[in-house]
Design a protein around this ligand. Structure first.
Ligand SMILES: [Zn+2]
Length: 341
């Protein structure tokens, strides 16, 4: 089983080694293009995956199904091999060496949300009902895992297309719940907290207000949600979606809001797909960590990164991305790509 290791220089955590190395398609460029008869995520092939944790609707044929990942990066009960390695290190320490390497068992949850019983690829291929159930399942899993108490943070994400890291074509999201809050979220929380102290306002509220006022990077807005291309977008055509009003956790969304949220998010992805020819994309949800008494200044937000540019040496080395498309131009293109009936 895997373990979390923290780099002593950068403070970044990594998940090292796991059963994932046994994935049949590991290191293969092309996503598996199952026909629906062979696809493990299609209705009728449920026996190819572990039993469902939850499915929607709860009775009758399912539309959205949450299952444990068959090749998890982390697991609820790390195997004994790990403690063996830990004791080897303790021995190293006992010999009087300084030991700068922090680690933690690869304890957590890794789940897959199958977004449709039909063999479809993108969120925009879902029916409005399926799409609403997908976001409802995000919220419900966040609520359950918070109550469960084992995780401090749950990252929900989607990989669509081989270039975005998808290994199975059938539309799905994943979630990894972990005992640490990732460095990226920690940094956002600290910056939000600082801004709140300095200006007395949530940082994302200030950002969204400025984006609406200038309109230059605005992609779309409703009375509930705003989508814009961020000022310092790391990727060409990157879009950020956030609730208009401060709401730290995605868990706060009500059932009645799921349809609206799903419609808005699918509208934005639809624009991206029309403008760029259905590119591969990653989508992820940033929401408050579970130990969250400090987060009343945070906003959940969804980031969408079409994978139309390459991440290369400079980006990996510096975390400073070269983005050839100014977000003002990207937003203009995405505004014009509105769906017209
Ligand atoms: Zn399928």
């Amino acid at each position: 089983m895997s373990e979390f290791r923290q780099d002593p220089l950068s403070g970044r955590w990594a998940i090292i080694g796991s059963e994932r190395a046994g994935r049949p398609n590991e290191f293969v460029e092309q996503a598996m293009r199952y026909s629906s008869a062979a696809c493990p995520f299609c209705a009728g092939n449920e026996s190819a995956t572990p039993p469902a944790i939850v499915q929607y609707p709860s009775s009758g044929p399912w539309k959205v199904r949450v299952i444990p990942n068959k090749y998890p990066a982390v697991a609820p009960d790390p195997a004994p091999a790990l403690s063996q390695r830990v004791s080897d290190r303790t021995a190293g320490r006992a010999r009087g060496h300084l030991f700068p390497f922090a680690s933690a068992p690869g304890e957590g949850v890794h789940e897959v949300i199958v977004e449709s019983a039909r063999h479809v690829v993108s969120l925009t291929d879902l029916t409005p009902d399926e799409a609403a159930l997908v976001f409802r399942s995000y919220r419900d899993r966040l609520r359950s895992l918070r109550a469960d108490g084992r995780c401090r943070y749950v990252q929900i994400f989607k990989n669509v297309g081989p270039a975005a890291g998808a290994s199975i074509e059938h539309a799905h999201s994943q979630l990894i719940g972990m005992p640490q809050v990732p460095e990226t979220i920690e940094r956002e929380l600290q910056r939000c907290e600082l801004a709140q102290r300095q200006s007395g306002r949530p940082l994302l509220e200030t950002i969204l207000e400025a984006e609406v006022a200038t309109g230059e990077r605005l992609v779309a807005q409703t009375s509930d949600f705003i989508a814009h291309c961020p000022w310092a977008s790391r990727f060409a055509y990157q879009v950020s979606i956030a609730p208009r009003k401060q709401q730290a956790s995605f868990e706060a969304l009500e059932d009645s809001e799921m349809g609206k949220a799903a419609r808005f998010i699918c509208d934005i992805i639809g624009r991206m797909e029309r403008a760029l020819g259905r590119p591969a994309y990653n989508l992820f949800l940033y929401t408050e960590p579970f130990d969250s008494h400090r987060c009343d200044h945070y906003h959940w937000h969804i980031e969408i990164f079409p994978r139309v540019t390459k991440t290369a040496g400079f980006e990996w080395s510096t975390d400073c991305f070269i983005n050839p498309v100014p977000p003002e131009l990207a937003a203009e293109t995405l505004r014009a790509a509105e769906h017209v009936d």
